[in-house]
Design a protein around this ligand. Structure first.
Ligand SMILES: [Zn+2]
Length: 335
């Protein structure tokens, strides 16, 4: 029997447990024990016993939203390089600026990005950025959760083998999950098929699979990238399948330019797609086939991709109810 000592009860007119049935609880309550664990979620009238403390909330009480693809420290560059396509934006504006960033800059940017997300109900983000240890420290400071990876990329002055070895060493030293409440999860952040050779993608797949780690990667973000990879490898998803990345846990960010076969392949492999409408709009990358991805059950989350001038909030796997709301055919309306 659960001890009722030190229970903090939250009540709200509507509670969304985000369960598989997409339940909607009217006049609900959520009980939290002293360790921070939820020990009851349901109608307030059926809540067990008295709580030490009760906080009545307005509106809808639901699990924290998840930003499934972010480079949050880039809030420092918000608004820079407007009206440029992706590769010109990266090479002419972003990469030269990033070369000057100090670790303390990244920490400050992550602090700001994390606070902005928390204020909008986003409690977890999947982050890919340099000085990743600074991001972890910032997230632990704000109280948020994050999946974190330093980008593995092949550029002048950046060797993918060295970056991959650093990711391996960090995970081997600290474990996949660490920090209070295991709020930090380490991952492999292979940048993209256009910034890495196939042998690097294969090495990342091998190292990640051996450690049960998640891999984040940009997929078919622009038409130019898609055309190049499609000519060389069939398509980005086909290349990722060939090197073994679809065999493990993968977040395929953007995934704008997908064929029917690519979507079927992602669905068959259970690949998660991070939908990034804000970034796709800013950089004119195109419109992802959202309805087709959802129909194929490959859709896993939404991400504004915290790049300059993207400020929309987001939802993801843990807020799956939001995907169905308000027309979920399975929802129930107690009371
Ligand atoms: Zn990105």
């Amino acid at each position: 029997m659960v001890s009722r000592a030190h229970i903090h009860r939250l009540t709200a007119p509507v509670v969304l447990p985000a369960d598989p049935a997409c339940s909607v609880v009217r006049d609900g309550a959520v009980d939290i024990d002293e360790s921070g664990r939820i020990v009851y979620c349901g109608p307030a009238s059926a809540a067990p016993g008295e709580a030490d403390r009760t906080t009545a909330k307005d509106g809808i009480l639901l699990p924290g939203l998840v930003n499934t693809h972010a480079h949050s420290p880039m809030v420092l560059m918000r608004g820079m390089g407007g009206d440029l396509p992706l590769l010109r934006w990266l090479r002419e504006v972003i990469f030269p600026l990033e070369a000057k960033l100090q670790p303390s800059d990244v920490r400050a940017g992550m602090l700001l990005g994390s606070v902005e997300m928390l204020r909008r109900g986003v409690t977890t983000s999947s982050e890919m950025y340099f000085h990743a240890e600074q991001m972890a420290d910032a997230v632990l400071t704000t109280g948020a959760r994050a999946v974190i990876g330093g980008p593995i990329i092949d550029l002048p002055g950046l060797d993918w083998r060295t970056l991959l070895a650093a990711a391996n060493s960090w995970i081997d030293a600290d474990g996949l999950r660490s920090g209070p409440g295991e709020r930090i999860e380490l991952s492999y952040a292979g940048h993209s098929a256009y910034m890495l050779p196939p042998e690097a993608l294969e090495a990342i797949a091998d190292e990640a699979r051996g450690r049960g780690a998640l891999v984040q990667i940009h997929v078919a973000e622009t038409a130019d990238e898609d055309a190049e990879q499609r000519a060389a490898h069939g398509s980005v998803p086909r290349l990722l399948d060939k090197v073994g990345l679809l065999d493990g846990r993968l977040i395929a960010a953007h995934s704008v330019h997908l064929s029917d076969e690519d979507i079927a392949l992602f669905a068959a492999r259970g690949t998660g797609v991070a939908h990034c409408p804000g970034s796709n709009a800013k950089l004119a990358s195109g419109q992802a086939r959202l309805a087709d991805l959802r129909a194929a059950t490959s859709m896993s989350g939404w991400a504004p991709t915290v790049r300059p001038a993207t400020t929309t909030s987001t939802c993801g796997r843990r807020s799956s109810c939001r995907r169905c709301w308000p027309d979920c055919p399975h929802r129930t309306l107690p009371g």
